[in-house]
Design a protein around this ligand. Sequence first.
Ligand SMILES: Cc1cc2nc3c(=O)[nH]c(=O)nc-3n(C[C@H](O)[C@H](O)[C@H](O)COP(=O)(O)O)c2cc1C
Length: 300
Amino acid sequence: MDGFTDYPFRQIAHQFASALSYSEFINCIDVTYGHPFLKQKLAFSEEESPFVYQLFDDNPQRMLESAQKIEKLGPDIIDVNIGCSAKNVSNRGAGAGLLKDPKKIKLMVSSLVNTLHVPVTAKIRLGWDESSLNYQEVSRILEDSGVSMIAVHGRTRKQEYSGAANWDAIREIKQLVHVPVIGNGDIKTPCDIDRMISETGCDAVMIGRAALGNPWILARRNKSDVSPGELYQVMADHLGLMVSFYGDPIGVILFRKHLARYLSGYLTTSEIRTRIFQFEQSEPLLIVIAELLTHQSESV
Ligand SMILES: Cc1cc2nc3c(=O)[nH]c(=O)nc-3n(C[C@H](O)[C@H](O)[C@H](O)COP(=O)(O)O)c2cc1C
């Protein structure tokens, strides 16, 4: 997930036994022309294996050249993003914008499959909007083009993240194709994992937003069962990984978005929020987190 599933986050997820480790989506324009943060986005460790680089573009030739470049860095899989709904991506015909041009999907994906040495996979949405649901056509095209797996976010581009994800459509895709299907959308609790598998027959699930501040879900644990001590330890580990990856103070500042999610339910007043988001060094921040967790658990 862009802005979240960086190298430090994925190390935490790996501790919780995530089955497949995806990079944040990578813009092929950045791979082609360079970008100040590209090196950080491309960083991964062998321990993460199987590791997936996810690419997005509207230009098949640039996608191919970018994939050939980053394949040399040793990922296990290269994935094509056909699902991003962000306007700056989809309105230029990349991400979910590709759903409007199935022929281009075929061209893009076939050339990757025919040229790369690693398996190629794709992540899709159900269509551009409810009047152009083409997930069956796109899934068939992907399978015919030789993808090894399809991940399906059960929403349209227009829905973005609103409304309920359509798990029936995921089931239809699973029944239609022979490659493994990953179901995605609205898994919020460990129970939802089993429910999605039984309702759709999908081969695996992908958990997005619910894993932010809550890697325990990857190990099928409810966050409500996590003790304050364990919550503190995982936060301290995550923060430590961010500081060693990005340095001080950037690592601490970037950790704030995770902090807000780890501590949801604890940041009860604006005073607490203001206090906790002021730090640029990890030591004083950890002291305040420990105080907060101790104080709140004593008052329960
Ligand atoms: C902040 C944010 C960033 C995301 N970045 C990506 C991305 O880089 N690649 C991708 O395939 N999906 C991305 N997604 C979509 C999620 O992977 C997922 O498909 C979506 O959130 C639905 O799943 P969920 O209900 O489990 O969150 C992103 C979602 C959010 C909220």
